[in-house]
Design a protein around this ligand. Sequence first.
Ligand SMILES: Nc1ncnc2c1ncn2[C@@H]1O[C@H](COP(=O)(O)OP(=O)(O)OP(=O)(O)O)[C@@H](O)[C@H]1O
Ligand SMILES: [Mg+2]
Length: 340
Amino acid sequence: MYELEEIKTILNNNINIQPELIKYIIKNILAVKNTDDKLIAIIDIGNMGVGQNIDKIQSDITNILSYILKCNVAIILTSEKEGARKITANKLQLKNISKIIAIASGKGGVGKSTITRNLASALLDKGLKVGILDADILGPSQPKMLGFSGNAELGTNKKITPVTVDGIKTMSISYMLKDKNSPIVWRGPMLQKALLQMFRDVDWGNLDILLLDMPPGTGDVSLTIAQNVELYAAVIVSTPQDIALLDAIKSLEMFKKMLVKIAGIIENMSIFTCPNCGHKSEIFGYGGAKNEAKRLNVQFLGEIPLIAEIRKESDKGKIIKTIQKQYFSPIADKIIENLE
Ligand SMILES: Nc1ncnc2c1ncn2[C@@H]1O[C@H](COP(=O)(O)OP(=O)(O)OP(=O)(O)O)[C@@H](O)[C@H]1O
Ligand SMILES: [Mg+2]
């Protein structure tokens, strides 16, 4: 783990190795981020990109930094100083929560909330302490999927007590509203404040994993979270058809830009098997997400078929254990395998 100033000092002490290049790095390194397996350094190249061999600059800087710092290094070259500072700015540190994982998608209605709910149960069954934060502030649907329509209470420590459903600690904006049917019409700062309150002012206790049920797309909420909360990883959900995949990739790219690790892609509503005759139909297509995962070199976490019971039961707040075990448990295993 290196801090920015520490790196500059180390570079200064090794300046003789390659004086021009090292001086250049010291002058232009904007920010660093330590991830589990590497150090990411953001270097300002100003207008230098024009007519220069960017690949060579990138590999020279990567090589010299890994040599001097003796660790894996990845470089992001940028001419947007402000953007880079924002990405690595001080983020909300939630000491008691080990890993925060966003369940995201490009398009709406692809099954993020259903998957969040089922994955939470699957992770819980494997012995982890799990929470769900309904980050879909403008269209919260976790209360319905969790079968809870009440309000959260204020604890003695002035923090909001999360609502525990089937052993999962949960929080949603609708636990704080009296009239749950009126639409929420917040924007900008109001939205941001309410969102961050659900992280900061909720007594989450110790959690191994907090799953964030994200709103679709790359709007205000997704950006606020990616910029302000130290996310461990993002899971991208898509249905198999091209149009959904195109949007899923946009969402994936947003997280990548914000230096959030991609835990993998899930294909939801892939195959439909007729319960009467057993005929298999590819209603939204099949295998698209797997192919994209391969192309983008990210893990494919699994596929969940289109099953009528999922809709019927999960919208009533119920989990179907057999389905959870068959489809969500292997995905939970893959996620756990990747946790360091
Ligand atoms: N594999 C599935 N088989 C059948 N129905 C499903 C499946 N996955 C999700 N559904 C149903 O599809 C609908 C949309 O799912 P869900 O609300 O989880 O999507 P979402 O991505 O969270 O939507 P939004 O973007 O609006 O938040 C729900 O009625 C849900 O029960
Ligand atoms: Mg949802």
